[in-house]
Design a protein around this ligand. Sequence first.
Ligand code: AHG
Ligand code: MN
Ligand code: MN
Length: 340
Amino acid sequence: MYSRKLITLDEFTIQELRNFPQATGELSGLLRSIGLAGKRINAEVNRAGLVDILGAAGAENVQGEEVQKLDDFANKTLLDLLNHSLYCAAACSEENENVILFDDPISNSSKYVVVMDPLDGSSNIDVNVSIGTVFGVFKRISPLGTPAVMEDFLQQGKLLVAAGYILYGSSTMLVYATRRGVNGFTLDPSVGEFCLSHPNIQCPTDGKYYSVNYGGYKTFGKGVQQYLDACEERGTQPKEGYKLRYTGSMVADIHRTLLKGGIFMYPASADAPNGKLRLVYECIPFSFIMRIAGGVATNGEVDLLEVKPTGLHERTPYFLGSSEMMAELKQSMQVGDSIA
Ligand code: AHG
Ligand code: MN
Ligand code: MN
């Protein structure tokens, strides 16, 4: 039955435009392109289990087409759609060492640049566990009409115009944040549209889930260890009910943290003093989303949205989640020595 209650992503962004007559519609256009890329990537992710039948990555499938690795496919799909949209001057991706300039007259007159991890959670692709796409949109600082420059991408997270992610999970969701709020859309496969399912997402101020690769415990700093010991202790007390949850896909782990409350971390370790996660296209977008939803994100020392990146692929220790849990972690990290 037709229901007016189902608002699609496009309808939602148009509604936002109606409320803000000064808006130009460029961000809506960009989100539409990213949403379309998400649908194409989703279709490919859903076929991933057939790869042995259709042909392994790097080989030819039965139709004689070359089969791409999924992260390569996701990257090319996003770049292609952004390139052909009217609203993106350039992009930076986990899959490309350098900035990708679209460098044609239309793109050069666009005011936005996009940072992205086209497919995050690569170790989970082969085992059918959720994976995701992460993106952030900055207004460029280089002059309109000229090609974008590196500095357009090395901006503090607090300057983001929008950030979001697509989660290829038991259902496929697109969640994005602007300064006006965080909203989640679930892909309705019957009509192929993202439909508003999680309006105005707020991260609960406290939670019970802590999410970390516990295998690294011995290599973490004393403050982090101390906090994890406290979580473990609370897990033994039925009234507290703390639970450890970690899929190894940050998009899935942070999505749970955002909706249910909790804390997610990828700390520095003895042999990786900057942790593993990438500042520009993994941590900065998620920090913005978390902050708009009422949560907190840090690198263990300062608010992550204040950090100015120095390189496209720089790594950072990373902590984010419910404000009360983050306050306790901060306390532990100040008390405990941060070096293992
Ligand atoms: P990648 O970008 O290589 O796909 O890495 C995934 C990330 C992130 O999604 C996840 O939280 C983390 O790596 C898992 O790493 P560990 O296996 O070291 O815990
Ligand atoms: Mn990644
Ligand atoms: Mn990736």
